[in-house]
Design a protein around this ligand. Structure first.
Ligand code: ATP
Ligand code: MG
Length: 390
């Protein structure tokens, strides 16, 4: 698929901008702080309902405006679709598909698919587990948009379960201070906690589905990531991608979703006492991590800066290959990545992405765009996006 037109209103630094796009390579070039990343960030938002730079929507709305609009015309084979998102920080976002507003924002997922490379990707390797969970879950959703519903069910159940546990934890502490015997403390929160079994089942149900998808994804990514790393940094691998689940060792033996459900439920049972003491859910996909190994060592804490970069790039390239092999050719977005790479890796990366149906590149100077990425060029200056004839 590709985006044939991008239109923004009150998004980031843009009051309004219209950008016609073609398949193939388009490079946005201009000095720092002129609005290049803002453009590709908007495309990424359509694909993930989130920004690769910030966790909330507020910074995406132009200072002084109260909502932002991202609109794109999307071409998939013979099919044309118009998608539109209205970002209302603090309120519900709204969506339209082909001008119909009978849709939720998450119904937009799957129309635009992207694989986005950015300097922020270094956090995939060096950052907290949350970065890697987001990587996995965004890719899961790109492979199978209905997973957005499962993710939001899981988040909702988790929130409610945490509220219940927190109330229970507070009540226990309160009773403890009054010097009540433990038996009484238990019974005073007993009414609340009796519903916990039901929440465990809901959490394990959605959690198992998410887990099954993550495990399937990792298995599919492994050979592709290895291959990509070998292409970027020959002889430097092999990579090891290992899922670290909060439900423990038993998870490895679970063959399917139903068995994962059982494993999660059992782990929740074991953790319950601890959870009630601490007032949070300690088991489930929201506590898991993806261990990234380079050779025998974890990349985090051991890999060099350059190795970490190659690792992050390899994960993105593997994502691209995976989506493509499954018939979901994504838009490739390369935000400011070439300037960060040495000449060899820069050229390898450029060669690997060049055949993409649509490749959007940002760079501060022309020379940072590798020669093999020939195509359209836009100059971005002070919020004006202008096609450059070459
Ligand atoms: N919500 C907002 N309202 C107004 N301006 C904003 C908003 N968010 C960001 N900006 C402005 O947008 C500019 C940054 O744009 P962007 O990140 O696209 O720059 P860039 O061209 O990619 O620069 P670089 O080459 O440094 O990466 C900054 O000047 C910033 O102040
Ligand atoms: Mg930028």
């Amino acid at each position: 698929m590709h985006v044939s037109h991008l239109s923004l209103a009150d998004f980031r630094s843009y009051a309004r901008v219209e950008v016609p796009l073609d398949p193939g390579v388009t490079a946005f070039v201009g000095p720092n702080g002129q609005g290049k990343t803002n453009l590709v960030e908007a495309v990424g938002y359509l694909a993930t309902l989130g920004s690769h730079r910030v966790a909330s929507d507020a910074p995406l709305v132009r200072m002084g405006a109260d909502r932002a609009i991202i609109r794109a015309a999307v071409v998939q084979g013979e099919r044309q679709q118009l998608v539109e998102l209205e970002l209302n920080p603090g309120k519900a976002n709204r969506a339209r598909i082909n001008r119909s507003s009978q849709v939720r924002p998450r119904d937009v997922l799957g129309i635009v698919r992207t694989v986005l490379f950015a300097p922020e990707d270094l956090a995939l390797v060096k950052g907290d587990p949350g970065e890697r969970r987001r990587f996995l879950d965004e890719l899961i959703t790109a492979r199978s948009p209905r997973m957005a519903g499962v993710r939001s069910d899981y988040d909702r159940v988790l929130k409610q379960r945490n509220t219940l546990l927190k109330t229970a934890a507070l009540a226990r502490r309160h009773d403890g201070r009054r010097g009540a015997p433990p038996a009484r403390a238990d019974s005073s929160v007993g009414a609340d906690l009796s519903t916990l079994d039901v929440w465990d089942q809901h959490l394990a149900r959605a959690g198992a589905e998410l887990l099954a998808q993550r495990l399937d994804l990792i298995a599919a990514l492994r050979p592709l990531a290895d291959k990509a790393y070998e292409q970027l940094a020959p002889g430097g691998g092999p990579l090891g991608l290992e899922y670290r689940g909060s439900a423990g060792e038993a998870m490895a033996a679970a063959a399917n979703r139903e068995e994962l459900y059982g494993v999660l439920l059992a782990a929740l049972g074991e953790a319950r006492k601890n959870e009630i003491e601490r007032g949070v859910t300690l088991v489930g996909p929201h506590r898991d991590d993806l261990l990234l190994k380079l050779g025998q060592l974890p990349a985090k804490g051991y890999a060099s800066h350059g190795e970490s970069w190659s690792y992050a790039l390899a994960l993105r390239l593997a994502s691209y290959e995976l989506l493509r092999s499954e018939g979901n050719e994504p838009v490739l977005v390369l935000d400011d990545v070439f300037a960060e790479l040495d000449t060899r890796r820069r050229e390898r990366l450029a060669e690997l992405v060049a055949p993409g149906e649509q490749v959007l590149v940002t760079a501060a100077v022309d020379d940072d765009v590798p020669g093999v990425l020939t195509g359209a060029r836009y100059a971005v200056s002070d919020g004006v996006v202008e096609k450059v004839d070459r």
